[in-house]
Design a protein around this ligand. Sequence first.
Ligand code: BES
Ligand code: MN
Ligand code: ZN
Length: 509
Amino acid sequence: MTALTLSTAAAPGLRADAIVIGVAKGAKGPVVAPGAEAVDKAYDGRLAGVLETLGASGAEGEVTKLPAPSGFKAPLVVAVGLGAEPENDARFDGEALRKGAGTAARALAGAKKAAFALPLTDAADAGAVAEGALLGAYSFDAYKENGKDGRNGKNGKAPLAEVALLGGKPRDKAYKAAVERATAVSEELNRARDLVNTPPNDLNPESFAAVAQTAAKEHGIKAQVLDVKALEKGGYGGILGVGVGSAAGPRLVKLSYTHSKAKKHLAFVGKGITYDSGGISLKPAGHNETMKCDMSGAAAVFGAVVAAARLGLEVNVTGWLALAENMPSGSATRPGDVLRMYSGKTVEVLNTDAEGRLVLADALWAASQEKPDAIVDVATLTGAMVLALGNRTFGVMANDEAFRSAVCEASEEVGEAAWPMPLPEHLRKGMDSPTADIANMGERMGGGLVAGLFLREFVGEGITWAHLDIAGPAFNEQGPFGYTPKGGTGSAVRTLVRLAELTAAGDLG
Ligand code: BES
Ligand code: MN
Ligand code: ZN
């Protein structure tokens, strides 16, 4: 991945391919953001005018390239739009910095080294710029064979290799910690993106479990993998019922990160359908091409647990990856079948495409047995949530209103768009089954909330729980923006890490 360092170097003398500066949208045209003083000075203080002449406005996502002034060792200045200039000399918010840094990193694909001279008020800003740059530089080219060195990212260009943050304080503890945090979180988030982007003929429950086991070992996390035999022995009817149609059998992976000073225990549960064909209730063409993304919840949980371990957070975090491939076959679960779940409840499967809730139900019940202080599940669960919130915002449901607010606030802090959704009691009766305790489908209207109500039935009594439906933001089918690439996005990793940090600090629950 891209290497990142804090630097005290002055922009003019720095050997790099480009100097990145910020430009904001002011009341009377573009304004140069703090951090770029040396560049502006070399343009005799006329940089804002030069940028305006080149058509720059300072709008978010805008990139303007101009030759560096004479005397600079770097040949190029890249001015990146940061959006509206903050009023009354306020600082730029973290998300504006993350997006700007990400946009610049993408624009510099193919370059070896760039110096980022963006506005840094404190260590938190350095962390935001670092995160934006590391996430924005991401590209998935494991399957591109025609690149010179085996890599062939966007337009055949390798990701930006090296970033120096100018104005960073390399000897300041807070700055160092912020960059270390950004690096750990971004690397794990990018690993989650890699897993999502890996085609489903190469990533199945078994290989996903193996990847998790290897990473766990490397970071001092305990890993337990339940294979088909163990799932049968334990009575995990939900996970087995979904996985039974596939030649690649299901797995339940438990990752336990523990800290000797931990006072709290969080459980994260992820939906890990490595491919969702719909099963016997087969999805039509047009609805299955991106369904390798249906393990994004498990990828997010995996990334967050490893990040928590790398950061040494003083909290115990258990990650549960509910892994299965949902396929139609002679051995597949049929609409009409009844499954006996791990909790003992029976479920009538009316639609085999509502499979996420079945694997999650078993994992939620398994997580509940340890009586954690809270459980958060993450899942690409329903198309209904995409219709409701679009493809950049995830829905948050919970059995506790204060916890739902805390999750939404944590998301806001890290720059992930989230929105609270209700669990209306009247929708429960739509899942009444004449045969079993509950059906896996209910009313079509409010389908995302119906799925949330189903999950709630499998959370242990008295345990605080939240459900994140990331079906919209998990996979970006449109063009890249800010620090978000096309394809797997790593949605929810940063929210989960933030929740673990808040819990460690005693600020949650
Ligand atoms: N994995 C899908 C949900 C999904 C849709 C994720 C779009 C990402 C993008 C899920 O398993 C599913 O098929 N849900 C059904 C449920 C229905 C059958 C009750 C849906 O939303 O249509
Ligand atoms: Mn499905
Ligand atoms: Zn699914």
